[in-house]
Design a protein around this ligand. Structure first.
Ligand code: FES
Length: 140
């Protein structure tokens, strides 16, 4: 058994070997690309947003297995959320949904949070009215 298999649990390996939502979105409403200073890995997340809600999310990641699994899980988790809900998304959700990551790989999940927030900021910059809760699909 290789070190990779002892380092990662089954869920992480599944999202690494069978990543969900890989690729770009044609005519994306928001795109965020970030890099990790520690390792040089790069992650890009594209969003399709309709009526204040994330309709589709896709990713392209040049990085380690943990970064690929984190972007796969993050795109799964945020689909269907409102902009406001997505703005409070944290890497801990990714870590929890993956069933945990080794401590040295936590920064890979942070990259997913940062890429998502960068994509949301890109969308809000182009659609400033969307940043108000009422228009962002938040209901009381
Ligand atoms: Fe840097 Fe995974 S080692 S993103």
């Amino acid at each position: 058994m290789s070190d990779t298999y002892t380092l990662y649990n089954e869920t992480v390996m599944d999202h690494f070997l069978n990543p969900r939502n890989m690729g770009d979105i044609k005519d994306a409403d928001g795109v965020g690309e970030v890099g990790a200073a520690a390792c040089g890995d790069i992650m890009k997340i594209s969003l399709k947003i309709k009526e204040g809600r994330i309709e589709d999310a896709r990713f392209k990641t040049f990085g380690c297995g943990s970064a690929i699994a984190s972007s796969s899980m993050a795109t799964e988790l945020i689909k269907g959320r409102t902009i406001q809900e997505a703005l409070s998304f944290t890497n801990q959700e990714v870590v929890d949904a993956l069933g945990g990551l080794p401590p040295v790989k936590i920064h890979c999940s942070v990259l997913a949070e940062e890429a998502l927030k960068a994509a949301l900021e890109d969308f809000i910059k182009k659609n400033p009215e969307s940043a108000t809760p009422a228009r962002a699909g938040v209901t009381a």
